[in-house]
Design a protein around this ligand. Structure first.
Ligand SMILES: [Zn+2]
Length: 290
């Protein structure tokens, strides 16, 4: 399946009609990348496979897009490759040139004017190259994550409108009370704010910090207009816990192919449950039927 901005917009249009969210999963290496693709195909779901800039830097943009384009081309469901939380315009441009289908330019820590200007620069570069762009409004806290953000503040409707109108960005991550990483206490999502933003914003809305949000709250957020749910921490935690248990059990003499087989099963179970929570199971092959 060929993925570009037009086909991503179509995938979001289908999610709007069907009232579900496209699952976004962060990967850290080539193993978990393959787990996500397998889970998407088995669950018949569209997915966004995402990496943080430091993952992209470690492996190399070209190597990653080579793998992902192979997976996208040979999958019967949309497999969209996305650069997550990139703060650097030039790195976004390099990812676009390397063949990423979608990039997030995260300039949410800047003033609104600077955020708009930065997002617009990436949009102007991405649009003629057929690449989709996500931006962020408000600020979503990250503890111990890349681009550490010590505090959250919520988006406002006026700021969200201004950013989307003036930058012409394709989708918007909204800070409505979620955070990155595991939560000390279950988060309180501001559904009233989400509803007000949804009424005014024509582009797909994104919920970051999915790990640890109760499934019922995720479903309520989707009902009120969220069209992508980002999950990273829970995937990584499951993956590493499984590897750790296998090594403890079998010792360091184990073949890595056996080690990763157990991790594959454990991680895919979590991925599958998120695909179900998002309501995306069974939607993959249908996405481009019409
Ligand atoms: Zn995020």
């Amino acid at each position: 399946m060929i993925i570009n901005r037009d086909t991503i917009i179509k995938a979001y249009e289908e999610s709007e009609i069907g009232e579900y969210a496209i699952p976004h999963f962060n990967h850290s290496d080539f193993w978990d990348m393959s787990f996500i693709v397998e889970a998407a195909n088995e669950k018949d779901a569209p997915v966004i496979v995402a990496c943080l800039p430091r993952v992209a830097e470690r492996y190399g943009l070209d190597k990653l897009t080579l793998m992902m384009n192979f997976y996208s081309k040979h999958s019967e469901v949309p497999i969209i490759y996305h650069l997550d939380h990139c703060h650097d315009v030039d790195f976004c441009k390099r990812a676009i040139d390397a063949g990423f289908h979608s990039v997030m330019i995260d300039a949410a820590s800047l003033s609104l004017e600077e955020n708009i200007k930065t997002v617009k620069e990436v949009v102007d570069y991405a649009r003629p190259r057929g690449v989709f762009v996500e931006s962020e409004i408000g600020q979503i806290k990250s503890a111990g994550e890349e681009g550490y953000t010590p505090v959250s503040f919520k988006a406002t409707v006026d700021e969200a409108m201004k950013l989307v109108e003036e930058s012409d960005v394709d989708s918007l991550a909204v800070s409505i009370g979620s955070e990155h990483g595991f939560y000390a206490h279950a988060p309180e999502l501001d559904f009233e704010l989400l509803k007000r933003i949804k009424e005014k914003i024509p582009v797909p809305l994104v919920l970051h910090g999915g790990s640890g949000i109760p499934a019922k709250d995720v479903k309520t957020a989707i009902k009120h207009g969220i069209r992508k749910v980002n999950v990273g921490t829970e995937i990584r935690h499951t993956y590493i816990t499984s590897l750790n248990a296998s090594i403890s059990e079998n010792g360091a003499g184990v073949h890595t192919i056996d080690l990763f087989e157990e991790a594959r099963i454990a991680t895919k179970a979590v991925l599958g449950s998120w695909i179900e929570i998002d309501g995306a199971a069974g939607k993959g092959r249908k996405t481009y039927e019409k």
